[in-house]
Design a protein around this ligand. Structure first.
Ligand SMILES: Nc1ncnc2c1ncn2[C@@H]1O[C@H](COP(=O)(O)OP(=O)(O)OP(=O)(O)O)[C@@H](O)[C@H]1O
Ligand SMILES: [Mg+2]
Length: 333
């Protein structure tokens, strides 16, 4: 089962860093309640990479749902940019955004949102009806495969009222994958479940993430940090910290993706360094560091000094590093 089929997006893509599934730049969202303006998001910057499982954690009203809705193309930001796979969603019109949601994003909500008169299988099949390429039989087969993925294939013919809350949420998760989404957003997916069932759902999400799925989930549940790769803490519409979850064993898919990203960030750092040293005969390491975007800096696979040494070894320029200062003898360019 492929959980992240690469797809051709028809809309013209902007030239942004394709390493990231989501890039949010200085996002603001202000709701108007009559004459009162409610600033729900106040300058959020977030990057989400492929195969990440990111938790949005914070008190009620901190902006989790608002941010999730922007990531999921369910609403427009008041200010700022939000890219999905390089597409600036803020620039799409309503129809384009609807197409993007249908083809590229999966959704899971607190109260499952299944259609009560349809069976589990039929619920999972709903988004498949938009896939013209699949035959009726192909759609049924795919929906069964998704139900198997969430270990519910034996209940395929049951309607939601015949399923427990946890089982209904499994159906909703299977449905979220039926369009081979680029990213799945989840708003309080365990909010309506008892803690044991909630943990079962989190375990399932972790398994799917290890198979390559990219998740962003809003949650009140502190336990979620044990399942995510990263938790962003929100307060009053701002991200106040983005912890890297400890103790999670990295899967081979995640490792490969991480190494690719790190390699790319190293190349970006080297390019920036080359630009800064152009025409100079010495420059402090601090000056060089300051010229590298912080998200690139955080992601480098080597110590910064070692990257400079590597550039010298690769003869990108001739120079030497001495007590925090880089002396450039000859810049090859
Ligand atoms: N449609 C809306 N119209 C007006 N204000 C809104 C709207 N949606 C959210 N808000 C306000 O924006 C702020 C952020 O709300 P949001 O729903 O994003 O918070 P949340 O972190 O998801 O909270 P919870 O944990 O309760 O779900 C709150 O002050 C809320 O009252
Ligand atoms: Mg919410």
């Amino acid at each position: 089962m492929v959980l992240k089929a690469p797809k051709k997006i028809e809309i013209e893509e902007e030239k942004v860093d394709q390493t990231y599934k989501i890039i949010a730049e200085n996002l603001h969202k202000t709701y108007l309640l009559g004459k009162t303006a409610v600033a729900a998001l106040r300058g959020v910057n977030v990057n989400i990479k492929e195969a990440e499982f990111v938790g949005l954690y914070g008190p009620s009203g901190s902006g989790k749902t608002t941010l999730l809705n922007l990531i999921g193309g369910l609403d427009y930001p008041t200010r700022g940019k939000i890219y999905l796979d390089g597409i600036n969603m803020a620039k799409l019109d309503d129809n384009e955004l609807a197409d993007l949601r249908r083809d590229h994003i999966g959704y899971v909500f607190q109260f499952y949102n299944l259609l009560p008169l349809l069976t589990a299988l039929e619920n999972v099949m709903i988004p498949l009806h938009f896939q013209a390429k699949l035959s009726r039989r192909g759609k049924t087969r795919k929906a069964m495969e998704l139900l198997r993925l969430v270990k519910l294939d034996e209940r395929a013919n049951h309607t939601p009222s015949e399923l427990s809350g946890g089982e209904q949420q499994r159906v909703a998760i299977a449905r979220a994958f039926s369009n081979d989404p680029s990213i799945v957003i989840l708003d309080e997916p365990t909010g309506d479940l008892d803690s044991k069932t909630g943990i079962e759902i989190l375990n399932l999400l972790r398994d799917l993430n290890r198979k390559g799925a990219t998740f962003v989930t809003a949650t009140h549940d502190g336990a979620v940090s044990e399942y995510c790769n990263r938790v962003l803490h929100l307060r009053d519409g701002k991200v106040v910290s983005g912890l890297q979850a400890e103790g999670l064993k990295e899967t081979s898919v995640q490792r490969k993706t991480r190494l690719e990203h790190q390699q790319k960030d190293k190349e970006i750092a080297k390019e920036k360094i080359m630009k800064i040293i152009e025409g100079r005969d010495k420059v402090s390491i601090e000056r060089l560091r300051a010229g590298i975007p912080s998200e690139v800096m955080e992601n480098l696979p080597l110590h910064f000094d070692d990257i400079i040494q590597e550039m010298i070894d690769e003869e990108l320029f001739i120079g030497n590093l001495d007590r925090g200062v880089l002396y450039i003898v000859k810049n090859k360019k």
